[in-house]
Design a protein around this ligand. Structure first.
Ligand SMILES: *Cc1c(COP(=O)(O)O)cnc(C)c1O
Length: 431
């Protein structure tokens, strides 16, 4: 199977973290998100240990909490010694609500509102990652009013296009995030930030993409960012003590996917940073990374109950489940791939081809098309694998369907971490 955490037990049922998924579906109902805590913690440690080994631990690993944000996930990240990044007041509020140390929180976003900035400063978040000049000025004013000095990073567009096959450095000005390098925008932003009395420029940030399988783009990012840091040092005598390379580490969605290991990714990045610093004669910065998907994505699955099975002769078979784009919009959004297993028939061959459809009133409400699974019947439990990232966090109440519950399993033991929504929840804000 895809990961160490997924297996099949004596009953022939699919397991995750040694918990029987068919029993979980019976006990907690469906649809159900299931997370393997042991596997999530292992992922956190792999990143941290790699920095200890390859960079003397002069690094911060932040969990990019937009991948899966809920109280328990912030508790787990904190207990593993990770920081977090947040991209909204809501994520920040959730993190603070469980006592997450504010100094270990980085605040991102291309359009943080003045209220959000004030909320962040009031709570002394570790870094605000400033996206644009308007934000720079707004933040400085808010900090001045509070008589504070905000520690900031500037978000840079490094001009690395990971979606072309060769990771060419391209003009990537057309992106809503950050300051462009090639037209001098980023340099001007640094000059401005250095002049503002209530801002303390700690360093720079970039995020080059997501679901990246190779190490080359991260090496390129290291060269570009250190090169920029050197220019700033030469011309403005300012040194960045911290460089944040964002997230984007790929995970295995399909059996055929082959991402590089976390340790290999970290080694490639730290090697490139060390080499660039040596070449440029630049002091080694603290490296920050922000993995999201690679912390939670593959350590989880979603369970559904199969309802109607509709075979359209010579066309396809639709297998309808009791969830859909409301709990997993990724196929509808960008044709994302998933492996699907009939959890109560996990030992049987996956030789049946079907399209898995949700229950929303929308033809595009599909989880996967023309995909292999075991021969499926009404009442079966279907498992969609590797749904931990960008599923619950992107879920909606379209058609007023209640969002599913989530459970965390650890060595066979399951506990509820997010309650299933009720009809009462659905109408609670209606007047
Ligand atoms: C989305 C995002 C991440 C996390 O990306 P993953 O692909 O989930 O690792 C990290 N940093 C920033 C700024 C992001 O926008």
């Amino acid at each position: 199977m895809l990961t160490n955490s997924i297996s099949v037990n004596k009953k022939g049922n699919l397991t995750i973290g040694n918990a029987d998924t068919v029993e979980l579906a019976e006990r907690f109902g469906t649809p159900l998100y299931v997370f393997d805590e042991g596997d999530i913690r292992k992922n956190c440690r792999e990143f941290k240990n790699a920095f200890d080994e390859y960079y003397d631990g002069n690094a911060r690993v932040l969990y990019a909490s937009k991948a899966f944000s809920c109280k328990e996930m912030y508790r787990v990240a904190h207990s593993e010694g990770l920081g977090v990044d947040v991209v909204s007041g809501g994520e920040l509020y959730t993190a603070l609500s469980v006592g997450f140390p504010a100094q270990m929180i980085y605040f991102h976003g291309n359009n943080k509102t003045p209220d959000e900035l004030e909320f962040a400063l009031k709570n002394n978040v570790g870094r605000v990652v400033v996206d644009n000049i308007y934000e720079l000025k707004t933040l400085n004013n808010i900090a001045k009013e509070m008589n504070k000095r905000a520690d900031i990073l500037l978000r840079i567009k490094p001009g690395i296009d990971v979606h072309t096959h060769e990771f060419i450095k391209t003009g990537q000005i057309d992106c809503k995030f950050g300051f462009a390098l090639e037209n001098g925008e980023a340099f001007e932003a640094v000059e401005l930030a250095l002049k503002e009395d209530n801002l303390n420029l700690v360093g720079v940030h970039c995020h080059i993409g997501s679901q990246i399988f190779e190490t080359e783009p991260f090496k390129l990012a290291a060269n570009v960012m250190i090169g920029f840091a050197k220019t700033v040092q030469n011309k403005l005598s300012a040194v960045f003590s911290e460089i944040n390379f964002g997230g984007g580490y790929g995970i295995k969605y399909l059996e055929s996917d082959d991402p590089v290991s976390k340790a290999a990714s970290v080694k490639a990045l730290t090697d490139a940073v060390k080499e660039a610093c040596q070449t440029e004669n630049y002091p080694l910065p603290t490296i920050v990374i922000e993995p999201g998907r690679s912390i939670v994505g593959a350590s989880s699955l979603t369970l559904y109950k199969v309802g109607a099975v509709k075979t359209i002769k010579d066309v396809r078979t639709y297998v309808s489940v009791d969830g859909g784009m409301g709990d997993n919009p990724r196929y509808a959004l960008y044709g994302a791939d998933y492996e699907i297993v009939v959890a109560n028939k996990a030992t049987l061959p996956r030789d049946f081809t079907a399209t898995v459809a949700g229950k929303c009133c929308e033809s595009g409400d599909l989880i996967q098309e023309h995909t292999k699974m075991q021969k499926v019947e009404v009442g079966d439990t279907l498992a969609v694998l590797a749904t931990g990232a960008y599923n619950y966090s992107m879920a909606s109440n379209y058609n007023r369907i209640c969002r599913p519950a989530a459970v965390m399993v650890n060595d066979g033991q399951a506990r509820l971490i997010i309650k299933r929504e009720t009809y009462e929840d659905i109408i609670k804000n209606d007047i």
